[in-house]
Write a protein that binds this ligand. Sequence first.
Ligand code: NDP
Ligand code: GDR
Length: 342
Amino acid sequence: MKRALITGITGQDGSYLAELLLRKGYEVHGLIRRSSTFNTSRIEHLYVDPHDPSAKLFLHYGDLSDGARLVTLLSQIEPEEVYNLAAQSHVRVSFDEPEHTGNTTGVGSVRLLEAVRLAGLNCKFYQASSSEMFGATPPPQNEETPFYPRSPYGAAKVYSYWVTKNYREAYGIFAVNGILFNHESPRRGETFVTRKITRAVARIKAGLEENLYMGNLDAIRDWGYAPEYVEGMWRMLQADEPDDYCLATGGRYSVRDFLTVAFEHAGLDWEKHVRFDERYLRPTEVDALIGDASKAEEKLGWKAAVHTPELAKIMVDADIKALEHEGRPWIDSPSHPDWEIL
Ligand code: NDP
Ligand code: GDR
């Protein structure tokens, strides 16, 4: 049985990746942050009491800001695969908290790589790199495109990208960068633009809300479906040689296009409900990200099947359904089993 460690397991991608690896028969270990409330709603449906011999998911407290803890944990778990998905991942927030973002999204990665090295592990390492690294460089973007980050988040991801590459070259670690373009799902954090829109559609449709306040509607993105992207992450670690890959749909949609599809799907007209609020603008914007994932298709056999309009409809349907279930999350799962994390 293969053993994997996922940092960021409580996030959108971490939850889908944990599902995928459990389905593939892995023993999955997840790093979670201690918080005063439970932050595990995305993975509750996967949880089995660790005293149960069938348990294959194990959670451990830790934080990417605590290097010593990472060394201890890696030495204990001895994973064959490490997926570094943890980050302060919100671009707008990174302008408010640039230092914290640098510490987690940037230096956090080197702490984890250094922990792999110090623990003397011969394991594979996946780094969650981002299309935000391309920033101001015009599309289409691929593995050869120069980086020009436009936020503290983008700059921190560029650092992590290079340090991952450096550990591959310096220490022979099987370390890869997955340069992923925006990918979304019903589990997407509620303040990212797609989920913000689809939640609002459901609430406006239900008569709970009238207006949606938004920033720049002209930004162009290439929005794909998260469950497909975690499959790509896994394939990168199964390749014969470590390398870096872009994952994207290749689509070109503006925020306005996403609004149109999402509202129309619920029989609504977005122009009647959307208002502008400059609070959602960024000091420097990334105008257009459109990925070229032909290398991943050729070398990994990976290709996105769900494109942006279909994704918008999946998300609207899920948010409408969630409201019908009294706002409970999208996953049918028992609420709060008795967690045994330590
Ligand atoms: P989320 O924001 O949904 O999840 C982030 C995860 O990181 C959460 O589990 C969070 O824990 C954890 N985390 C944050 N800070 C720390 C810390 N200091 N120590 C340990 N864990 C921490 O992100 P996504 O799932 O959307 O993205 C996963 C990764 O992929 C991120 O690194 C993101 O930057 C990157 N990425 C995402 C893309 C996308 O479109 N989704 C595209 C390209 C890259 P908690 O639940 O406690 O907050
Ligand atoms: P992004 O995602 O910055 O691309 O980063 P986000 O959904 O936050 O923004 C996408 C675009 O929409 C515009 N926008 C708004 N964004 C938000 N959040 N809220 C609004 O009200 C709003 N109005 C307009 C933004 O200006 C932007 O142009 C995501 C994150 O998941 C990163 O972690 C990841 O690395 C990149 O995608 C690829």
